[in-house]
Design a protein around this ligand. Structure first.
Ligand code: GLU
Length: 543
């Protein structure tokens, strides 16, 4: 068969040659050992936690090696595309400090020399490579109904290929030139498929950055490269884009591992260099019965990065928590270096933890508490307002107006050698400090103690003195003694029956009256912040 003629017949209007393209995409001039990585999401309007996890690995591999991290949008499936989705992704990367070096904003700026950074704008490139493969007898047109347009049958078929299921060789690979000419004359649409050399018996092996040595069955499927609508499949776009754009490490979800043999065959057919791969593990979550499930947007709100935004999680905490899941030695390093910059940690993108990462929100909360505990009151307020501006509009007015008071509230038990560690997300602040933003609505008082509780409150109105913490506490002690409570703990322990309780009990009663809770941060600080008038009012409301 005259493959050159066939290529011209299939692509008469595509004059751009592979040689011209490759000349345009020069080799990147980077120092020895610098890696080039990319994040390649589909523009679906949100970002999956798993995608963010990969982007975090990408970013760290590139930036720590002095290389380049770029963003390319995989927008060849026009049905799934959501307007403005790329901006959402850029926004998240930027917020979390993973700003790409190269990117393109729709209808606007392009930063970088290796664009376009939208696959849909690279169609001429894919066609040139498809034409070349056909001209070399390595790919062929397929006119089957299932490859026409974007119908479901075809999509299902493509999905099958992407999980590496070997199908029979396609019957269209044996069409004669006359049959092809006839089909074209009749205006039949065609897809371009790979003419696989594999027979499904051979094995190939490679070293994966997350899985180690992998041995896997070679490809034997005549996978679709270019769909009938002229757009490439992921399998075809990946080798072309990553080679031209100089990617040296591809980080992608492990669901792509079975497609590696197909990609390997396409790289070989195209005579393009293959990058290193890191097939990153999917993130799981434990369900109530203790079984692991893949984290999914349908079942788990945390699968969508917007969850962390809405809840007001500290961004550094999210990054640090995920670092734990990437490199299991991170946790120990952080314990030994509690205040060190995260960049001092020796990140190893080629040694991703072998265990299945299981997302544990309690652990994230702990990491977040630790980080927030180190913030000054001013920093807390700044982060809180930032969160409220986008996520708590109903409270924004108040939050903005009362900067001074709210900052003081944040400062209760903060900026001390052992600061409080209870805030882990900004959305919890109003609940956690409900008593600072209004009178308590309920009181954690045991009914059998109510009589003593009321007696203490009634008396305390006379003893309230906020002049200094010492005076304040001295007064509580004096009153306690008068009412029959022990002021010396040893004495109380020796003869508890002689007392109504000890001074701690009295403080607990006052605390409940003021805050509603048995436990709270420093009571004196709370009372001073509320002021004498408000404190007295709260006591009087109860007795
Ligand atoms: N859009 C693909 C995905 O999200 C990209 C895979 C890749 O990074 O190569 O799975």
């Amino acid at each position: 068969m005259d493959y050159k003629r066939l290529a011209e017949m299939l692509f008469p209007d595509n004059k751009l040659t592979v040689e011209e393209i490759e000349k345009k995409y020069s080799k990147r001039d980077l120092p020895e050992g610098a890696y080039v990585t990319r994040f390649s999401p589909s523009p679906t309007g949100w970002m999956h936690l798993g995608g963010f996890f990969q982007a975090l690995i990408d970013y760290n591999i590139a930036k720590r090696s002095g290389g380049v991290f770029y963003l390319i949008i995989e927008d060849t499936d026009k049905k799934r595309e959501v307007a403005g989705a790329a901006a959402v992704i850029m926004g998240i990367l930027n917020d979390y400090g993973l700003m790409p070096d190269e990117y393109q904003l729709k209808g606007g700026v392009t930063v970088g020399e290796y664009g376009p950074y939208y696959q849909s704008e690279r169609v001429e490139i894919y066609k040139a490579y498809a034409k070349k493969l056909v001209s070399e007898g390595k790919a062929f047109p397929c006119f089957c109904r299932k490859t026409e347009g974007l119908d479901d049958v075809k999509e299902k078929r493509e999905k099958k290929f992407s999980v590496g299921i070997n199908e029979e060789k396609d019957p269209c690979r044996n069409l004669t030139m006359e049959q092809i000419e006839e089909n074209l004359k009749n205006g039949k649409q065609f897809a371009v498929r790979l003419k696989s050399n594999g027979d499904g018996t051979g094995k190939i092996s490679f070293v994966d950055g997350a899985k180690g040595s992998v041995e896997i069955q070679e490809n034997s499927s005549d996978a679709i490269l270019l769909k009938a609508d002229g757009l490439p499949t992921y399998h075809f776009a990946h080798p072309i884009d990553d080679s031209l754009m100089g990617t040296t490490v591809v980080v992608r979800g492990e669901e792509w591992l079975p497609s590696y043999p197909l990609h390997h065959e396409i790289f070989t057919a195209l005579n393009l260099p293959e990058p290193k791969y890191i097939h990153s593990p999917l993130i799981y979550k434990l369900n109530e019965s203790g079984n692991k499930n893949k984290i999914s947007k349908r079942k788990h709100p945390e699968a969508d990065m917007r969850f962390f935004e809405r809840e007001g999680y500290d961004k550094r905490a999210v990054v640090e928590y995920l670092m734990n899941l990437i490199n299991s030695n991170f946790e120990i390093w952080r314990k030994n270096n509690p205040t060190a910059d995260i960049n001092e940690f020796e990140f190893d993108g080629f040694n991703i933890t072998a265990n299945t990462p299981v997302f544990d929100i309690v652990k994230l909360n702990d990491v977040s508490k630790e980080i927030i505990s180190r913030y000054s009151a001013e920093e807390c307020y700044a982060e809180f307002v930032k969160w409220a501006r986008e996520n708590s509009l109903e409270n924004l007015d108040y939050v903005e107006k009362d900067k001074e008071y709210i900052t003081k509230v944040f400062n209760i038990d903060r900026e001390k050698p052992k600061p409080r560690k209870d805030i882990y997300k900004w959305s919890m602040v109003f609940d956690l400090f409900d008593y600072m933003f209004g009178k308590p609505k309920s009181f954690e008082i045991d009914e059998n103690e109510r009589k003593n509780f009321e007696e203490v409150l009634k008396n305390y109105k006379k003893w309230l003195n906020l002049a200094s913490k010492d005076v304040w506490f001295e007064n509580i002690k004096k009153m306690s003694a008068e009412l029959g409570y022990a002021t010396d703990n040893k004495e109380f322990k020796a003869n508890p029956e002689k007392f109504k309780g000890n001074v701690a009990k009295v403080c607990e009663f006052i605390r409940i009256a003021i805050t509603g809770h048995k436990n709270s941060p420093d009571l004196y600080e709370i009372m001073t912040l509320l002021g004498e008038k408000e404190t007295l009012e709260r006591l009087s409301d109860l007795v």
